[in-house]
Design a protein around this ligand. Structure first.
Ligand SMILES: [Zn+2]
Length: 470
């Protein structure tokens, strides 16, 4: 079977037709693999179609710009030139003439390239969107592989270009975010709706790139968070809103505003109830306190219990050394946990003092004694530093209020590790990591499409109308 595809293009009036051969397929039908279009055929089809269509669009555009808009005189060609345009279906090169302005009106320049008004960028928005979206989810290399597998992208497209395009999108996100100061009044919930906002913040350390290795301060911190806003007793049913955010704090001068924007985009006003849960890191606490003075700040119970579980492991070791004394110490650890659960910080600190003297008899017999001493002293520092954010967990729990979500940890895993290769010891530049975080959180939040639609209003994208922090 022979299939011949032709492309028929009509002008806007419909009176002129041009016919071009697109592809001729010789298809067998004896085996299952003969059936239908192959990927290679579809790629050839799409790229040929794209080339013809684009050339026609460009020609039509150039035709409309070839004469003076005031007097109709044909404009003189000053120089030839070319432009290339990368699309999802191949890179195309067009001739881009430089024309002289007409003498009938005054112009700032003597000549211009009409195509510059149309090709404002050298990448098609859809390709840019796909590159940014996939690179936010998987590595630049895997994104390239996947796109090249399914689309007639040129082999010339490389990882560097995918990275460059993605970071270009991120930089644009950052610019529009900084500029956009308008209040998102549309999303502020109607009065009568009570909101409960839980915002979790956590910190992750990334390995810096080789250049930073020399100054030995090559590791840097990434702050990530997730904010869940749920609406209670509303007149209208509203789905909880979930947003992730992230930044490299030493690079980001506006982290406070960034966080505020996220909350604002969720419809939260600062006088409303908001609960911040954090892992008790110093830098985060400062940020949270500055951000929302009316908020409730809580050390995630999960993090406290993790530290106490660590201590409990030593307790077991002590029992094996000396049963009676060991059991007494395990009992003290339990009571320490009980004090913390009830937010009795001073009592808890007293119990740490007790523990420190109670373990003394084990200094010679217990192998891990020095590490136990260190753990206790670290726990004391942790509690002292976080005493203002240690609530009466028991009471909160009893009242059905949040004390831990576990999502502090899962946020780190979700936002950072899967893309930033926790295991592979990837090396990142601060700027590269910060920028990629911006496209990544937007992609995970399902906001990237909406943002592109805002940049390119006629883009053929199905997007949800969601308020976004950009
Ligand atoms: Zn003219």
């Amino acid at each position: 079977m022979r299939v011949k595809l032709q492309l028929v293009m009509c002008n806007d009036k419909g009176d002129e037709e041009t016919v071009t051969d697109v592809i001729t397929l010789n298809k067998h039908n004896q085996r299952i693999e003969h059936l239908g279009l192959t990927l290679a055929e579809s790629k050839q089809l799409l790229s040929t179609l794209q080339r013809q269509l684009l050339q026609q669009q460009i020609n039509t555009f150039l035709d409309t710009r070839s004469a003076c808009p005031d007097c109709g005189t044909l404009l003189k060609l000053k120089a030839r030139g070319s432009r290339s345009f990368r699309t999802l279906f191949g890179t195309l090169k067009f001739s881009s003439p430089r024309l002289e302005h007409c003498d009938c009106t005054r112009h700032k320049t003597s000549s211009f390239r009409p195509l510059s008004a149309l090709l404002t960028e050298s990448v098609a928005p859809e390709l840019l969107y796909m590159e940014a979206k996939w690179s936010s989810l998987v590595s630049y290399g895997m994104s390239l592989d996947a796109l090249q597998d399914f689309l007639p992208l040129d082999l010339g497209l490389d990882v560097k270009t995918v990275r460059y395009d993605t970071l270009k999108v991120a930089k644009r996100l950052e610019r529009s975010w900084v500029r956009n100061k308008r209040v998102l009044s549309r999303v502020i919930p109607a009065s009568g709706i009570t909101c409960l906002c839980l915002t979790a913040l956590s910190k992750w350390v990334l390995t810096g790139d080789v250049r930073n290795w020399l100054d030995k301060k090559h590791n840097f911190e990434v702050i990530v968070g997730k904010s869940i806003l749920s609406f209670e007793e509303g007149e209208e049913e509203r789905a909880p809103s979930l947003k992730r955010f992230g930044f490299v704090q030493t690079l980001d001068t506006q982290s406070k505003r960034r966080l505020y924007k996220v909350l604002q985009s969720q419809g939260l006003q600062m006088h409303q109830e908001i609960t911040f849960l954090s892992d008790g890191d110093d830098t985060l606490r400062k940020l949270q306190l500055e951000l929302s003075p009316k908020a409730t700040h809580i050390l995630d119970w999960f993090h406290l219990t993790m530290k106490l579980t660590g201590l409990g492991q030593y307790g077991k070791g002590l029992v094996q050394c000396e049963a009676v004394l060991g059991e007494a110490i395990r009992d003290k650890i339990e009571r320490l946990k009980w004090s913390l659960w009830h937010g009795q910080v001073d009592k808890a600190l007293g119990k740490i003092d007790d523990l420190e003297s109670a373990i003394e008899p084990f200094s010679e017999t217990y192998v891990r004694f020095p590490r136990l001493v260190k753990t206790l002293s670290e726990l004391r520092t942790y509690i002292v530093n976080n005493r203002h954010v240690i609530p009466n967990y028991g009471e909160r729990y009893h009242n059905g209020e949040a004390i831990a979500t576990g999502f502090v940890e899962s946020t780190v895993n979700e936002v950072v590790s899967r893309r930033f290769c926790k295991q592979q010891q990837m090396q990142w530049s601060k700027e590269g990591a910060h920028l990629l975080l911006q496209t990544r959180v937007r992609t995970l939040n399902g906001e990237l499409g909406t943002i592109f639609k805002r940049w390119y209003p006629d883009m053929d994208l199905e997007v949800e109308e969601i308020p976004i922090a950009a």
